[in-house]
Write a protein that binds this ligand. Structure first.
Ligand code: ADP
Length: 354
């Protein structure tokens, strides 16, 4: 069965076509700068039309959807109810969900009768218990506004956990894992018996680790302090926290870890500082999750930095061996969110429903 996986972002659409259940990748590609000046395609509908002209015999489509809130704790076949649910989540994921939805709507029109499945980044983290997902805020904000930790990159954390279980030849039900997804966005997850029990990203993907351009954890009082001092409105503040902070903000150079490593090697102090802060924050989280899990069987690194930058991994692990105890494995596992989406899509549509 040919399954097309679509990752529809605000200005790009990435796609991969798989033959399932063999899991062979038939083709892949991406369209960028959608809707921008001089772009090849003006909108998502036109973008998907272009993509669909390059692939044929698509029998099902799996869509990455960033936010499923508490409504979606597993992949679902898209129908009007699901579309309404994803629309509702747009309020808490205004940068991502509208673009994901645009991809779904375009496919519905262009591939009538072909089953579409929505796979949510947040779903894997729906097993996190209240003590880890409720913030120290008035409870009414959780009840009335859905303010809580949701966590993201769930598809990636779940994929590498399954891979670890396969490589270690041990069922997930017998494993305690810490998974570090270190790309442009970075998050870390504590996984017990195959279930996420805590993760560093929160209500939005801004919380937790220091990332390429996102600040991660900071004192919440700083937001109002800075808005007042530097005279920033909410839009400007959001932009600084999401796009001008993290590795880029600290180094004043780049959000790209490869560039920072090269600069640090030639003696650039701010590049070294940015790397030190990045590594230190990850170590703090690993320490916290070791305490939460009571020891681990494996520490897993994935995504751009996690897969390719051995020096950063070495720095993170330097002092960890002492606390890790009974020789856990340190593993590098390339992530494959698209394959995970294809698997979940295949499983959902090929399972007969009663
Ligand atoms: P995204 O979150 O955008 O998918 P990636 O997983 O591609 O990000 O990770 C991007 C980060 O990984 C950058 O900081 C980049 O410098 C770093 N990196 C290091 N080596 C590589 C590589 N070979 N390919 C891609 N990114 C790499």
């Amino acid at each position: 069965m040919k399954i097309l996986v679509i990752n529809s972002g605000s200005s790009s659409i990435k796609y991969k076509l798989f033959e399932m259940p063999q899991e062979s990748l038939l083709t892949k590609g991406a369209l960028e700068h959608i809707g921008e000046k001089d772009a090849l395609v003006p909108n998502h509908h036109a973008g998907l039309k272009t993509i669909l002209s390059k692939v044929n015999s698509v029998q099902a489509v799996g869509h990455r959807v960033v936010h499923g809130a508490e409504k979606f704790n597993k992949p679902v076949v898209v129908n009007q109810n699901v579309i309404n649910g994803i629309k509702k989540c747009c309020a808490i994921a205004p940068l991502h969900n509208p673009a994901n939805l645009a991809g779904i709507m375009a496919c519905q029109k262009l591939l009538p009768g072909v089953k579409q499945v929505a796979v949510f980044d947040t779903a894997f983290h729906q097993s996190i218990p209240p003590k880890a997902f409720i913030y120290g805020l008035p409870y009414i904000y959780y009840k009335n506004l859905g303010v809580r930790r949701y966590g993201f990159h769930g598809t990636s954390h779940q994929y590498v956990a399954i891979e670890a279980s396969r490589i270690l030849k041990k069922p997930l039900s017998k494993l305690k894992l810490i998974t570090c997804h270190l790309g442009n966005g970075c998050s870390i997850t504590a996984i017990d018996k195959g279930k996420s029990i805590d993760t560093s990203m929160g209500f939005t993907p801004l919380e937790g680790l220091v990332m390429g351009t996102r600040c991660g954890d900071l004192d919440p009082a700083l937001i109002t302090h800075l808005m007042h001092k530097v005279k920033l409105d909410t839009k400007q503040m959001n932009l600084i926290l999401n796009k001008e902070s993290g590795l880029k903000g600290i180094s004043g150079l780049s959000n790209d870890m490869r560039i920072l490593e090269a600069k640090a090697n030639t003696g650039n102090k701010r590049a070294s500082l940015a790397i030190d802060i990045f590594v230190y924050r990850i170590r703090k989280y690993i320490g916290a999750y070791l305490a939460v899990l009571g020891g681990i069987d494996a520490l897993i690194f994935t995504a751009g930095i996690g897969e390719h930058q051995a020096k950063i991994r070495k720095e993170i692990c330097k002092k960890l061996f002492f606390c890790l105890g009974k020789s856990p494995k340190i593993m590098v596992i390339p992530t494959n969110e698209e394959l995970m989406i294809a698997r979940q899509t295949y499983k959902l549509i090929s399972t007969p429903r009663l």
